[in-house]
Write a protein that binds this ligand. Sequence first.
Ligand SMILES: Nc1nc2c(c(=O)[nH]1)N[C@H]1C(S)=C(S)[C@@H](COP(=O)(O)O)O[C@H]1N2
Ligand SMILES: [Mo]
Length: 250
Amino acid sequence: MKKLITRRTAIVAGLASAGGLLLTRYPKNLPPTYGNLLRMGDNLTYSAHRALLPGQPLVKEYRSSDITSFPAIGTTNPGTYENPLVAAEYRELQKGGFQDWELSVEGSVAKPRTFSIAELKQFPSRTQITRHTCEEGWNAIAQWTGVPLSTVLDATGILPSARFVMYYACDDWLDSIDMLDALHPQTILAYGMNGRDLSVPHGAPLRIRVETQLGAKSIKYLNRIVVLDEFDDGGKRGAIQNGWAWDMGI
Ligand SMILES: Nc1nc2c(c(=O)[nH]1)N[C@H]1C(S)=C(S)[C@@H](COP(=O)(O)O)O[C@H]1N2
Ligand SMILES: [Mo]
């Protein structure tokens, strides 16, 4: 008797096979690494990508000659942040050239882990020249270099229940985006700006660039990413409870 294999039973079967049971047949639409526990995330991310990619038009990209001056606003130096512990830690990390900076990726992922900037730089990078639009009424064009968030999420594996990605900065900023924005090809974890390492005023050593949203969602000084199954407004530090819109799509 033929039995239809749903995605969920396929995932459960994948886990069972990794646990030692033999699976004799794999559904054809799964990636080649299917069934290997360490590559488990591929299956899930692959399915998510396939479901989401058609709905992801790119935002406009510019030429080098279009690059403008770029103000730095909000926090421009966490080394002088009001929380002295945060400030001291940032200064220490800065002294070491941010070699000890860690981005932790956790939540609904198969393999939670941390990444150093050097590790992020080992992934294939993406460079894009885009327009940043601030809700306060200014905009500016710069070139950003980094690793697509989707690549980092591929490396940790997104669980099928994942719906949102929440991200945090050392200066207590946080925000979140849905999976469509998270897996968007232009959503990158940027460590470079205009051909140089990201400077302190612009978010050193790492910021997210969410080009499909207003600039406020491109959080600087990024150190933590949590994949969520359900929407979380971020509490008192979140956009909504501070009177901002959560969706700032442009
Ligand atoms: N951690 C952190 N990220 C932040 C901010 C901030 O104050 N702290 N300001 C936001 C706002 S409102 C804008 S417009 C951009 C400004 O980035 P820039 O300083 O590189 O121009 O960063 C966004 N990300
Ligand atoms: Mo902004």
